[in-house]
Design a protein around this ligand. Structure first.
Ligand SMILES: NC(=O)C1=CN([C@@H]2O[C@H](COP(=O)(O)OP(=O)(O)OC[C@H]3O[C@@H](n4cnc5c(N)ncnc54)[C@H](OP(=O)(O)O)[C@@H]3O)[C@@H](O)[C@H]2O)C=CC1
Ligand SMILES: CC(=O)N[C@@H](CCC(=O)OP(=O)(O)O)C(=O)O
Length: 350
């Protein structure tokens, strides 16, 4: 049963979205436009963007009449003029932009919700290896809170810097954490995570590799994807991560396989998932294997598992919309938690 959504908070936050011309930023603009505690002050793109000066709704036609603000170009001047009047900024930008600019917004008293990977990894030395740049701000990195909404609600509510999880990590961790936080798995055993994503996961800028005519179904970035250390860090197990790209627009599915300790029963496994998700309206325990078609364009995550008690193997699968639960709607959940609202506020029944 879904819990009632309470709203005793009267504050209205002035927000800016940097990266509003992109896929994740655009979804966020749509969600924030109907949020009763948000007033969109600025929509921002890069300094030399082709989109500067265009109306947001000109670029993303389905938001005509929903948000018709003009896109502004980010620069030091923009920051000096606008940051002090903001309460909140969302970065839906490249990872290095977030790493470079978060502290400046924090110093100006602005809460930061970063949808990129700029603040997700605790070990700064992973940034050159997995992201291709030295992290500019290891102090802020150490303070950032990982924004997996169903698992980190209290920490998210008490920070000014949220690292919103990656899309594959969101689905993978929702599968893994009920098992690993209860220590049901065999320590140091092989944990395999297979992920599959539609092409919107690669962002809006055209590239041959993500051109619809070029994409069939194939693994990519095997044994080197930047989400491997993120999933391992947040599940506390070292995982093998196998991402796949498929020819559809929206949605992502992650299926994980773990070896459980001898003696672990089906009842224990079921209980671990019930304890985690019985009261989380946006994570649905479903009775059949999850389908992308049931979650695409929604903020829901659908989770299902099967345990073989004789082989001690559990397989868990989770489907999400990569741009929503994998990015923008999870950022909204974090924003809600920071305001003391239920994380699903304005995301369901609205
Ligand atoms: N797509 C997805 O499924 C997911 C994306 N994310 C993350 O969200 C972020 C955005 O992703 P996505 O929307 O897909 O990417 P897009 O490529 O679609 O959009 C990127 C946005 O960032 C803006 N931008 C680029 N450089 C700068 C800069 N230097 N200063 C200010 N703005 C800049 C672009 O504006 P313009 O080009 O007009 O200048 C554009 O609005 C990324 O970090 C991504 O990893 C996270 C989870 C899932
Ligand atoms: C299909 C595709 O290319 N997906 C992207 C991941 C999505 C994304 O934008 O990454 P974050 O979740 O880390 O922000 C990739 O594999 O790099």
């Amino acid at each position: 049963m879904t819990k009632a959504i309470t709203d005793s908070n009267n504050s209205v936050q002035k927000v800016a979205i940097v990266g509003a011309s992109g896929y994740a930023g655009a979804e966020l603009v749509g969600l924030l436009s109907k949020h009763s505690h948000a007033e969109i002050s600025h929509l921002v793109v890069s300094e030399n963007s082709d989109s500067e000066g265009k109306l947001f709704s000109e670029l993303h036609g389905r938001f005509q009449g929903v948000c018709d603000l003009a896109l502004e170009a980010f620069s030091q001047d923009w920051f000096d003029k606008c940051a002090a009047n903001l309460d909140v900024v969302f970065f839906a930008t490249p990872h290095d932009f977030s790493a470079d600019w978060a502290q400046a917004f924090l110093d100006a008293g602005v809460k930061v919700f970063d949808l990129s990977g700029g603040f997700r990894l605790k070990d700064a030395s992973d940034y050159p290896k997995y992201y291709g740049f030295e992290h500019a701000d290891t102090n802020a990195l150490a303070k950032a809170i990982y924004g997996l909404a169903e698992w980190e609600a209290d920490n998210i509510a008490n920070t000014n810097l949220v690292a919103v999880p990656g899309c594959y990590p969101t689905a993978s961790l929702l599968c893994l954490k009920p098992i690993t936080t209860n220590n049901l798995h065999v320590e140091n055993s092989l944990v395999v995570v297979n992920g599959i994503s539609g092409v919107s996961g690669a962002g809006r800028n055209a590239s041959l590799a993500t051109n619809f005519n070029e994409v069939s179904l194939k693994p990519y970035n095997i044994l080197q994807h930047r989400h491997q250390p993120e999933i391992s860090q947040e599940s506390n197990v070292s995982v093998i991560f196998n991402p796949h790209l498929a020819p559809y627009k929206r949605g992502l599915l992650s299926t994980v396989t773990l070896q459980l300790k001898i003696g672990v029963t089906s009842a224990q496994v079921d209980q671990a998932f019930q304890d985690a998700y019985a009261n989380t309206p946006l994570v649905r325990i479903v009775k059949k294997w999850p389908e992308i078609g049931n979650v695409a364009y929604t903020p829901f995550a659908d989770v299902h598992w099967q345990y073989d008690e004789e082989k001690h193997v559990v397989v868990v699968s989770c489907a999400i919309d990569n741009v929503l639960k994998g990015a923008s709607s999870q950022a909204m959940q974090c924003f809600n938690l920071s305001l003391g609202l239920p994380s699903e506020y304005s995301l369901i029944n609205s």
